[in-house]
Design a protein around this ligand. Structure first.
Ligand code: B12
Length: 337
């Protein structure tokens, strides 16, 4: 498989590409940055190939173009890098299906100008609390934390926890992500915003540790995923519904999940992923579960699936939904199935 080969040989290919840059650039610092970026592009290309999703590489390239333009780079720098990738790959001409790699790269170069898929994914959400979320974000950006907290407490009288999670906290985090991408706020500001969100989530979420039902739902992220706010929201809601919840958090190794199933009777595994590079691990987990004949349903969600709403079926998951509001219905449905 060309995707797996590229994943395993990422560094070999990137060193060949770096030879093209070394002729024109003396600065070690710049060369190191180009190497880091090139490794990232190759990793992403490999994952798009592994999942057979050319659009995923187009979306990645659109996102990359937006980032680079805000950093005052020309989009030609992406085209040059992608052409160097193609040149470097010709050294491995005996590989099967190399032409698919070229096709993915050409499609991405052609497709990088259409509006970013991130905006499509946001259109999934018609937000009844848009104005409240805007105010909350503005308060936090101006470091008015207690006022932001008061606003959430006030909203909790009229709206459910899942609505506040989705329509206020998630919306505000997406906005912060956009502001970071456009270089309007710094990485430090983004981190401070995220840290406060984590604190505020703990305050507004009732502590529910009961395990009154026999149904156990496991929650986790796999691979290198460090985005874990979404999965914590879903775990909190599962507990609030009085299901037994085993929350494994981010970065869970596939084998650890398979091992737990030997010890615990888990009916549903809820997996969240933001980054596409972790989706292949979910696919491998699903294959592992099938090989074990495990009687467990796998539900998926998160930014990577919102960007490509048929991806969940493509990897063999049992269900997907777009946010915390709809997640519980999906879980109930699969527990009673
Ligand atoms: C916060 C954040 C971080 C934090 C994460 C902290 C944490 N503890 O989670 C930090 C700073 C660590 C971080 C790191 C990175 N990030 Co970041 N991050 C974000 C940000 C701003 C918000 C993410 C978030 O919390 N969203 C809110 C939650 C609630 O939303 P959610 O996960 O989608 O979950 C909801 C639904 O999807 C659903 N759901 C979720 N899971 C499931 C599961 C099931 C079964 C169901 C039914 C539903 C469901 O319910 C949830 C509630 O409604 C996004 C912006 C964005 N647009 O997403 C960028 C973003 C995701 N990050 C991005 C990037 C690039 C990175 C880094 C690579 C940056 C870097 N150079 O280091 C690293 C990668 C880390 C890694 N390998 O995982 C990019 C990804 C771009 C892309 N190509 O996809 C984004 C989009 C920013 C951007 N605009 O460019 N990030």
């Amino acid at each position: 498989m060309i995707g797996q080969w590229l994943l395993n040989n990422n560094h070999k290919v990137s060193e060949l590409i770096m030879m093209c840059y070394a002729d024109n650039t003396d600065s070690i610092e710049i060369l190191n940055k180009i190497r880091e970026d090139t490794n990232h592009h190759l990793k992403f290309l490999a994952h798009a190939l592994l999942l057979k999703r050319p659009n995923a590489f187009i979306n990645y390239t659109k996102w990359l173009r937006e980032i680079l333009i805000h950093l005052n780079f020309k989009e030609q720098s992406i085209i040059n890098n992608y052409e160097y990738i193609k040149d470097a790959l010709t050294s491995f001409h005996s590989l099967d299906n190399l032409s698919i790699c070229y096709d993915y790269i050409d499609l991405a170069i052609k497709g990088m100008h259409s509006p970013s898929k991130d905006h499509d994914s946001k259109r999934l959400f018609i937000n009844p609390l848009k104005e409240e979320s805007r105010l909350y974000t503005e308060l936090l950006m101006n470091n008015k934390k207690s006022e932001a907290f008061e606003l959430l407490k006030y909203l909790l009288h009229d709206y459910s926890l899942e609505s506040l999670y989705t329509n206020v906290l998630q919306e505000s985090l997406y906005t912060v992500g956009d502001l970071w991408q456009q270089r309007i706020i710094s990485v430090a500001q983004e981190h401070a915003f995220v840290a406060f969100t984590e604190e505020i989530m703990a305050y507004i979420t009732p502590l529910t540790l009961s395990n009154e039902t026999v149904s156990t739902v496991m929650t986790c992220s796999v691979g290198l995923e460090t985005h874990d706010i979404g999965i914590r929201m879903i775990a909190n809601l599962i507990r609030k519904s009085n299901y037994n919840n085993i929350h494994l958090g981010a970065n869970t190794p596939i084998q650890a999940i398979l091992d737990i199933l030997d010890q615990e009777h888990v009916e549903v595994i809820v997996i969240s992923t933001t980054m596409l590079e972790n989706v292949y691990d979910i696919k491998r987990l699903i294959e592992g579960l099938k090989a074990k004949n495990a009687n467990v349903k796998v539900l998926v969600g998160g930014h990577a699936f919102n960007q490509d709403p048929s991806l969940w079926e493509h990897i063999g998951a049992d269900g997907y939904s777009k946010d915390a509001i709809s997640a519980l219905d999906l879980i109930h449905q699969h527990l009673s199935a």
